[in-house]
Unconditional design. Structure first.
Length: 435
């Protein structure tokens, strides 16, 4: 985790103290269930809670023990015994390390998902606000980077809103899929521990029992989780790239907010660079980078190996912390985005009316011209305008073959900008509902 791109709320989920607290809770809840089943003394379970519930675990001491034992869970249990005393011998009865590690990881991932869902709500709120603000602000639509037909800036934001709404649904599903608990013993057979212990721990930790585990919770669940984060990151980058393009000097239809006193370049005082959007592209790349190891972690030897472990120790905190930062940055970027409707109109007019070429094409076919002939008539008048050699409307009116089908008034009718925007309300209702 890089402090520059880390928010404290998400970072706290992955701190060692938090991890050891969760480990303790898993062990203590398991002890409660074992006590109820008569496997260990009830007094022992009560002592575990009484001695360690409010304890601050000594991370340095656990690290010291691990340097000798070369085993993180054993190091923790040894330190826990130093706190609890003789009754600690009843802790971890019939359990294996993965019961603790995997259940803890899933608790952390669900907590991280809750923060990310809140982040998505911030992004959605910003997008909705600005979309309605610019619902009918006309701008040019582009395909292949080239002027196509008119849209509105509100539609661009509504598109992003719909995309992030899907992202939220996917993350809710991914959270549910990863929210499982395994307290099933060495190879998942419950040979040394009753399945009712797993049920108790799962309920206490806000999870559900894993239907069948080996020594580990199946990693296809985690692959789905990190893949979802990767897709969300791609959505972040998509809108960030759109903003970067719109901020180019030759376009300048929208621009990142530039605060007073901010500097854009150490060499050129005039510069106002889209650094936040560029930063989001970089952060998105990092989140997506963890999708491949998550997919590869699905494949383990037999009931378990630890090839997944080292990857998860890095990817779980890094991917969630990075996406958390990116989403909050994106929400702020959208909320403060500077929008220039006058420049949008200027760019709409830049091609001398060529953006209405399809309307002219269709009007000709409606008047009897074949589609092939209509296309040729429109294109031969469009190409000079493309080269800066005239005005599309004027050229069409001078074309005798075009005039065989359309009057001047009918040609002019095809240049109505409002025609392209007549279904904006319909699209907004589809995206936002009746609000």
């Amino acid at each position: 985790m890089i402090p520059r791109y880390t928010r404290p709320e998400m970072a706290s989920i992955w701190e060692p103290q938090t991890r050891f607290k969760i480990w303790f809770e898993i062990e203590a809840h398991a002890a409660d269930a074992l006590a109820e089943l008569g496997t260990i003394p009830k007094e022992a379970a009560r002592t575990v809670w009484a001695k360690a519930k409010n304890a601050t675990f000594d991370v340095a001491r656990i690290d010291e023990i691990e340097r000798e034992t070369k085993h993180d869970v054993i190091a923790f249990l040894t330190h826990l015994a130093e706190i609890v005393g003789p009754e600690a011998r009843f802790v971890h009865q019939g359990m294996t390390s993965s019961d603790v590690l995997d259940t803890c990881l899933n608790v952390q991932l669900t907590r991280a998902a809750d923060l990310l869902l809140a982040d998505l709500d911030k992004v959605l709120a910003a997008l909705k606000k600005r979309a309605f603000e610019h619902k009918m602000t006309p701008t040019i639509g582009r395909s292949h980077g080239i002027h196509a037909e008119p849209v509105t800036f509100g539609l661009k934001l509504a598109y992003a809103y719909a995309e992030f709404s899907r992202a939220k649904e996917r993350l809710i599903a991914a959270r549910k899929e990863v929210a499982t608990c395994a307290i099933s013993g060495a190879v998942g057979t419950f040979a040394q521990i009753d399945p009712r212990v797993e049920e108790h721990v799962a309920k206490a930790m806000g999870l559900v029992p894993e239907p069948i585990s080996t020594q580990v919770i199946p990693r296809d669940r985690h692959a789905m989780y990190f893949s979802t984060l990767g897709v969300i990151a791609s959505s972040v980058e998509r809108i960030a790239v759109e903003i970067r393009h719109m901020q180019r000097t030759e376009v300048l239809e929208a621009e990142e907010f530039f605060s007073e006193g901010r500097k854009g370049s150490s060499a050129m005082p005039h510069k106002r660079n889209p650094v936040l959007s560029e930063n989001l592209t970089g952060l998105s790349r990092m989140v997506r980078a963890y999708v491949t190891p998550a997919l590869e972690n699905v494949v383990l030897w037999h009931e378990r190996d630890i090839s997944h472990s080292s990857a998860e120790r890095m990817m779980a905190p890094d991917a969630t912390v990075t996406l958390d930062f990116a989403l909050v940055r994106l929400a702020g970027l959208i909320d403060k985005l500077l929008v220039y409707p006058a420049n949008m109109q200027k760019n709409l007019d830049r091609l001398g009316g060529l953006v209405h070429s399809q309307r002219v094409l269709l009007a000709l076919t409606q008047k009897g011209a074949s589609r092939e002939d209509a296309y040729k008539l429109v294109q031969r008048n469009a190409m000079p305008v493309w080269r800066g050699e005239g005005d599309f409307l004027v050229l069409l009116k001078k074309d005798a073959e075009v005039k065989k089908y359309l009057t001047d008034a009918e040609i002019e009718e095809q240049f109505d900008l409002g025609y392209h925007l007549k279904h904006v309300d319909t699209i907004f209702k589809r995206v936002f509902g009746e609000s």
